[in-house]
Design a protein around this ligand. Structure first.
Ligand SMILES: NC(=O)c1ccc[n+]([C@@H]2O[C@H](COP(=O)([O-])OP(=O)(O)OC[C@H]3O[C@@H](n4cnc5c(N)ncnc54)[C@H](OP(=O)(O)O)[C@@H]3O)[C@@H](O)[C@H]2O)c1
Length: 439
């Protein structure tokens, strides 16, 4: 049997501790599968004395990830710390500079520095594997980076944040408010004490930026993503969507258009019969639409120690199985230096269906007035209804509009015109509609 693959693991939290446990428990099976043993020879975290429920007494401890990356006698540096800057970033650069392979689950690091790190890895002949960084246990990176080579991708989208999907699912199933569902998610450990990063869509944006690069061969452009979170979604929106045959999901969508690439993260109405609409709770789903394959949809656990460690383990095993000196798969699907400049398609030019919920004064002429604003902006309506479940309330009523495919700019102009009318009460709600091809 070939020499063991020696790995150093920095970060022994939820994912790191799961990985250590799995590698220790499955040592012999992995050695048989990979043709060589995988040995953890070094570890690092912040607090050496912390009980992590794993036995690391025989493994060399480094006081910082940087020291491990610089001095560890390792073939692979596994980064499970997190964060775009600081300890993770510094250590990964040191490892790559030594030509040591890196496996990471860190979407923030890749979204911020992915291209630079890929260039460094390729210059040094090292691998930089990151399957766990997007949608946890779902092997979407390998699918895009390797299996779909040669396909022209037109759209990639998905539910990539379990916290948001848990909250939206619970709101729908139990008729509870956003705040009540967020509190429950925090109680169950699905949401952080400060949940802004998840619910405002930033976490999904990091993952989308990585998928966009793999799908379209462009440089990572995490700052160019149109972002709207779910904190604005009310139970009324969920009910209205259900009445119209839709569910609301926080989707990240990257799409090739005539003017560039659209990257957007926002609450989205998807037809209730589509497979992605059925993806409930903390589960994730990622879909790819491409010319040769057609539609691919992958559904599975997007987070959690074991699910994430499963992807990290797959990345380590790939390295263990690879022959020394063998041709490397480019980190981001094509050689990092040949990634194209990202050309952003403006959100105003986005075309799709829209759901618009308006609370208006209950008086004659309002319906006609709204229809006129729509017509003046060339917006064709699929339906315009007074919401059946909204009782007339203090002389007000709720009107729901659903448009046929139209341009975002036209919708914004029409809604702005309605905002200037004295019959409008409160802020209009506008939610984009997405029609998946897959399922
Ligand atoms: N958890 C998931 O479900 C999940 C899913 C997909 C991807 N990921 C990604 O996986 C990575 C790890 O996540 P996690 O949930 O396992 O995080 P975690 O539970 O917070 O663990 C982080 C680990 O990193 C160590 N650490 C933090 N800052 C450090 C520093 N400055 N120097 C040295 N060690 C440091 C911590 O040490 P101490 O233990 O001593 O404090 C801890 O062991 C992140 O990039 C995350 O985005 C996680």
């Amino acid at each position: 049997m070939a020499d063991a693959l020696k790995i150093g693991i920095a970060g022994l939290g939820t994912v790191g501790a799961s990985l250590v446990r799995i590698l220790q428990q499955r040592h012999d099976e992995l050695a048989a599968t990979c043709g060589r043993a995988i040995e953890i020879v070094a570890v690092s975290a912040r607090d050496k004395s912390r009980d992590r429920g794993i036995d690391i007494s025989a493994i060399e401890w480094f006081d910082t990830p940087e020291l491990l990356a610089q001095n560890g006698e390792i073939d692979v540096f596994v980064e499970l710390i997190g964060g775009a800057e600081g300890a993770a970033d510094i250590a990964v650069r040191h490892a790559l500079a030594r030509g040591i392979h890196v496996v990471t689950a860190n979407k923030a690091l890749l979204a911020r520095h992915g291209v630079e790190l890929a260039i460094l890895a390729e210059e040094k002949g090292a691998l930089l594997n990151f399957e766990a960084a997007v949608a946890g246990g779902i092997p979407i990176i390998k699918a895009l980076r390797e299996s779909l080579t040669g396909n022209t991708v037109s759209r990639v989208y998905g539910i990539m944040n379990g916290t948001c999907n848990y909250i939206l699912t619970k709101m729908e199933k139990e008729g509870l408010s956003f705040d009540a569902c967020l509190k429950e998610a925090q109680r169950l450990g699905y949401a952080e004490a400060d949940p802004a990063f998840d619910i405002e869509g930033n976490d999904t944006a990091h993952k989308l930026a990585i998928l966009t690069t793999l799908a379209f061969g462009t440089k990572i452009a995490a700052d160019e993503i149109y972002l709207e979170g779910i904190s604005n979604i009310s139970i009324d929106d969920i009910h209205a969507a259900a009445d119209l045959g839709y569910r609301i999901k926080l989707l990240g969508v990257a799409q090739r258009t005539e003017t560039g690439i659209e990257q957007r993260v926002h609450p989205t109405m998807v037809p209730v019969e589509s497979v992605i609409a059925q993806v409930d709770g903390v589960t994730n789903a990622v879909a790819v639409e491409s010319d040769i394959l057609g539609e691919l949809l992958m559904v599975g656990p997007g987070a959690g120690g074991n699910a994430t460690a499963s992807s990290v383990l797959g990345d380590i095993a790939d390295i263990a199985k690879s022959q020394p000196g063998a041709q490397r798969v480019p980190v981001l699907g094509r050689p990092a230096k040949s990634l194209e400049t990202y050309k952003r398609a403006q959100m105003q030019s986005h075309e799709g269906g829209y759901f618009i919920r308006l609370t208006v004064a209950d008086r004659t002429g309002v319906f006609a007035g709204i229809a006129t604003h729509m017509a003046e902006n060339g917006i064709s309506l699929e339906s315009i209804v007074q919401h059946a479940k909204q009782p007339v309330n203090g002389g007000q009523k709720t009107i729901i509009l659903v448009t046929h495919a139209t341009m975002e700019d036209h919708v914004r102009t029409a809604v702005d015109a309605i905002k200037a009318e004295d019959y409008l009460v409160g802020e209009p709600q506008v939610i984009r509609i997405e029609r998946p091809k897959a399922g």
